[in-house]
Design a protein. Sequence first.
Length: 338
Amino acid sequence: MEQEWDDMLGAGAVRAGRYKSTILIDMLGMNLHPYYNMTCWAIQEHQNCMQFGRPDTGFMRWRWKPDGCDLPIFDPNEFLEMVRAKSMGFVGDSISRNQVQSLLCLLSRVEYPEDISSSPDIAFKVWNYTSYNFTLHVMWSPFLVKTTKPDPSPTSSASTSTSHWFYRPLIFYENEKLSGCQYCSLPNTTELPLHYGYTKALRTSLRGILENFTGLAILRSFSPQHFEGGPWNKGGNCVRTRPYRRNETIPEVADLKIHDIQLEEFRAAEEGVKKKGLRLRLMDTTQAMLLRPDGHPGRYGHLQTAEVSSRNDCIHWCLPGPIDTWNDILLQMMKTEK
């Protein structure tokens, strides 16, 4: 499986945000510390693992780095200087929002933003860093596409990611006509393959970037879940307190399929981008996050009551935690685009 990952990622990995293999380092052993703590204003309660009594702190000690090169720690001053007078948007599901909240906490060491959102809905937020004239958007769009025209609001850079929502009953329309469904068993309706909808949605989204976007666009790869003992709705949990060692685990077949689709669609879109002189990059974090079963809220994303005892979160990431590395990578990718 290690060779399979290496073959998929290929050459030019570091510049494109793709890393062939990974190691983990002990932050405290190297006199490093988590970038922020549980008091950060941007952490949602269900990702504030320490607030709800998680007894171990080891998940905050481990920091991922690529094998064969250095990944500098996120520098909020450098980041804000790079995005001065620009805007950035994150489009996707709640995992995308999870990364934004990490970014907000990292930047809080320099400046707190002004909330200039048009509504209190956390799914669609806009913040402005007045000292830098930098605007940060988060747009919840778990299916990436919809039947109406996209919002034309301009951004200098955009990060797109989603996939978890495509594992549920869905009905698909193409060109305003019913094309089929997934897990639905509707009469006179074609039952489509599991990944049909995601492939179409991702392809359409990347095509939209080619047609309408002139900034830096980044596709972040699939974020693995780590349920053990059952699925999310049948008592599955994630109780591990240390990362996997390299070669200690392999991705689920379904996760590997999603990763394959993302790479295939990215490569296809990349050809069109090159012809137009546009910038589309891939941030491949899948293998790195596969090693972090210890980084999810699990049962510590809520109060420990009988009513919610079976709802464990092994999809999102604790803050602070492994997801902070995504913003380390984001900054380095931005630096290569200067």
